[in-house]
Design a protein around this ligand. Structure first.
Ligand code: AMP
Length: 140
């Protein structure tokens, strides 16, 4: 089932500073934060500030601006985490795995010989996430 964008979502609150996050990057276009249920070490999210539900309704100009940031953040994350590759993922609608209905991109570092964790089922300590955020910030 799909629907209209609802601004009352967790990422809008994080963007507004009403909820805490481990922030990696912020500018006028987007924010990037550590995913609190990471599928691998250094899993981050890139979240446009302008609200849209997902890829299917985002303004193409916003999308284009965000993708520039996604690439920069992917390069920085691979470098900072000493990863072997990056998985970029965006889920649109529940059937595709979307659980938060404000557009975001997952940047998931991949490591040779390491299986990634499953979606929204892992946990990481605040200290680990804070340390990883600092490393990625430093690599930007
Ligand atoms: P998706 O399921 O593709 O919509 O992705 C949503 C992602 O947001 C999941 O990977 C969650 O682990 C992550 N997430 C949910 N709440 C938070 C939060 N408060 N801070 C950081 N990441 C979150």
């Amino acid at each position: 089932m799909s629907g209209a964008y609802d601004p009352n979502n967790i990422f809008t609150k994080i963007i507004a500073g009403e909820l805490p996050s481990h922030k990696v990057y912020e500018d006028d276009v987007c924010i990037s934060i550590m995913d609190i249920m990471p599928e691998s070490k250094g899993h981050i999210l890139v979240i446009p500030k302008q609200g849209s539900r997902n890829l299917l309704d985002v303004d193409p100009h916003v999308l284009s601006d965000v993708m520039e940031r996604v690439q920069k953040l992917a390069v920085a994350t691979k470098h900072a985490m000493n990863a072997d590759g990056i998985l970029l993922r965006q889920s649109s609608e529940e059937v595709a795995g979307q659980t938060v209905y404000h557009l975001h991109f997952h940047i998931i570092p991949c490591y040779v010989g390491q299986k990634r964790g499953s979606h929204v089922s892992n946990s990481s300590s605040n200290d680990e996430l804070a340390a990883q955020a600092e490393l990625i910030k430093a690599a930007m």
